[in-house]
Design a binder for this molecule. Structure first.
Ligand SMILES: [Zn+2]
Length: 247
């Protein structure tokens, strides 16, 4: 999460804490929304770091902001720029996240658009499927200006309401931009599969883990081939087992 965004979210959290005092009981709901951009993932061998096994990207009134796991999550794929087996790797990663979270992902076809901020809706009337694909700095603001070692970036959009001091929100859209200029194997440690599992976990509402044992650590470790116990624990808490999200 960028420092600026962290400040915005921090300010929102503070506002939420103050509202019980400031807001009359009869107030009508106020629309709230935000984009959450995860810090880019890079490959490497970091020294072992102990820390939280998982973190939520946004917490409103004590609850993580997540998809409604009881409704299907629609997604689309950008075929242009994808490596050989790219589509198969994305399919496998989506299936894995769907299984872990108990969500149903519905494929809505191939598109030409590059995954960028422009894909994300600014209101719930403009909701489009999650877009996953390979692109580059020339075609996506998500990769523009990022260091060459960045492998992928995810941006999500959530929408919700604040009423009588209680805020509720739900993720409604996401884009995952993978850097097509990186040459990674399809599977195994530091592969497109592990990058996709990491980015899809961001798309489900999780931030980076504090522990270097997890796939959600900001540096993708060479020893990891799959989601780790903390990653799975976090995903379970934003999935179907945590109940439906009703706004
Ligand atoms: Zn990340």
């Amino acid at each position: 999460m960028s420092r600026r965004l962290a400040l915005v979210l921090g300010a929102l959290a503070l506002l939420g804490a103050l509202l019980p005092v400031l807001t009359p009981a009869s107030s009508s709901p106020t629309a709230i929304s935000a984009f959450t951009e995860a810090d880019p993932v890079v490959a490497g061998t970091a020294r072992a770091v102990a820390g939280s096994p998982y973190r939520f990207a946004t917490v409103l009134s004590g609850k993580p902001v997540r998809w409604n796991p009881c409704a299907p999550i629609h997604w689309q794929f950008r075929a242009a720029g994808a490596p050989k087996n790219g589509r198969a790797v994305v399919n496998a990663a989506v299936a894995r996240i769907a299984k872990v979270t108990g969500t149903r992902w519905v494929f809505d076809g191939v598109v030409r658009s590059a995954p960028s901020t422009a894909w994300l809706p600014r209101s719930t009337s403009g909701i489009r499927p999650v877009l996953i694909g390979w692109t580059d700095a020339a075609h996506s603001d998500l990769l523009r200006g990022k260091p060459a070692r960045v492998l992928g970036v995810t941006r999500t959009a959530w929408f919700g309401w604040r009423s009588n001091g209680v805020s509720v929100g739900s993720i409604r859209a996401a884009v995952i931009a993978l850097d097509r200029t990186d040459r990674l194997p399809s599977n195994g440690p530091v592969s497109w599969k592990t990058v996709l599992l990491h980015e899809l976990t961001h798309a489900m509402g999780l931030d980076h883990a504090g522990s270097s044992r997890e796939l959600m650590y900001p540096v993708l470790q060479y020893g990891l081939r799959d989601l780790q116990p903390g990653d799975l624990q976090g995903l379970t808490k934003v999935g179907r087992r945590a109940g439906c999200v009703k706004l």
